[in-house]
Design a protein around this ligand. Sequence first.
Ligand code: ATP
Length: 578
Amino acid sequence: MKTVLSFLKPYKLPAAVAFALMLVELAVELALPFLLGKMINEGVVNQDLSTILKWGSIMITLAFIAFIAGLINSFYASHVSWGFAYDLREELFAKIQAFSFSHLNQYPTSALMTRFSNDIRQMQNTIYMILRIMSKAPLIVIGGVVMAFIVNAKLAIIFLITVPLLVGFVLWVLKIASKLFQNVQKSVDTLNQVMQENLIGMRLIKAFSRRKHEEARFKKANQSLAERTRATFRFVEASMPVLLFVMNMSLLFIIWLGNAQVVAGTTNVGDVVAMINYALRVSMSISMFTFIIMAFSRMQASTKRVNDILHIHTEEAQKVEWNDTTANHVQRGAISFQHVYFSYPTHKESVLHDITFNVNSGERIAVMGATGAGKTSLFQLIPRLYKANHGIITIDDQDVTSYPLNQLRDSIGYVPQSPLLFTGMIKENIAWGKARATMGEIIQAAKDAQIHETIMQLNERYETKVGQKGVNLSGGQKQRISIARALIRKPKILMLDDSTSALDLATESRLLEAIETYHCTTLIITQKISTAMRADRILLLDRGEILALGTHQSLLKSSKLYQRIVESQFGKEVSHAK
Ligand SMILES: Nc1ncnc2c1ncn2[C@@H]1O[C@H](COP(=O)(O)OP(=O)(O)OP(=O)(O)O)[C@@H](O)[C@H]1O
């Protein structure tokens, strides 16, 4: 199982190069105060210009080497962090593509978007900063103290008091700050969620005039984020004067003790200057710890969230375990449900109970029932969008679970209740149903779905753009394009989930006639008796159970509920006459 950190493996070499170059920068940074001390002691104090120039030019050369090392380090750090983020995004995308419907219920769109954008960016930035400066800070603290002891062991004792004091204080600040930061992150998540729901549901919000309500919701989330961020940064900023005080006190001590030693002749001015320099560099690095650990704790939270997704066991991952020779493509499309029970993973209540029925190859079944009866749920079990809790569903006498998922779904044309079109041309939206579809196939599918003429009336015909910047189609037009998308794959099983609801009777009639020419097993969820009457048999669902299954005529005789539905749509007399 892949974890986030394993995505760094391919970048071991460039990361090592970046780290080595960072060590070069570090070495120069630690050497400069030492050399400065030498320049003062040997050159400035003795007023020896050639010595000043000698040490000066060495320092400039070293600074230039550090500058070049920094540039190349930055290049490699970017390469590692961008490459890592790119690979991780690819993997995450593939993982989400393999999500079952249960997983999609578990992780709302906003949560997945946060992982894609925020979390990966967070990790990418932190990796860059680790390779660039973060790993340098603790090394400067250690190296600075060591160098200080080399320069002047007596003065360096001050470091032994101030460094643990500063480190201890920073760790205490961080302990509190990390809790505050977790709250900030929660607020960021909430704000993202509100924002995304608003963008997705903008049309609905306008239709229901819920702008004020949504504004209030956004304001609340925004305020919470602002307040938490303010509180966190105030706390971190309040710790700064304390840090500065300790830092300045240690500098004062170094100057005071250094001065005494210079007067006593036990040390040189240059060494004192070098010590002050080390003290400054060490304290600056310690103060960076706050920033570093905060970045780490944010990265840790992001890593956990992305790992959660990577560790989800998706079915596609199992594909290799299936033996392709035993599992074939669907040949005839005969469906059988045997004592099937189903409940959604998120809800315990049973949605389908003891469903048993058979559909012959090429048969046309209309599925009827009140809203919430379980019609869509029953449909979703066939292409294994969800798994049944008990019982067996077979296609061509073979358990659906024994088909490789791709082969199973390739044989099925599923038109969901609410049609979804992607931004792009109409022809692309239809061709989406079949890999390498020809223009002839696209037009034929559109003709059969009764949408060809409408498309031909549009300015750019099949090239017309759908979606945000293109033409917005009516509900019925969208339904027919989704039907064309299902027909183009010449499915063995066609499932229409209330997909003809927006069509007038004449168009629907032509559509159903055209579907007959496909000779596929057809399941149609419908509320309209006129549609149901054209089916070979009608399956009546009520509260998750099969109430009746038979032809229009037999149900008129045997099912009270069916009679009532017919009466409600055709009137009493007509229903008796039929
Ligand atoms: N994703 C889900 N998670 C949990 N419960 C669900 C989910 N989808 C549907 N349900 C529940 O399952 C039951 C059956 O829903 P289903 O969508 O199958 O009904 P339906 O007959 O297709 O209704 P409609 O005609 O309104 O589309 C309902 O009680 C519904 O609340």
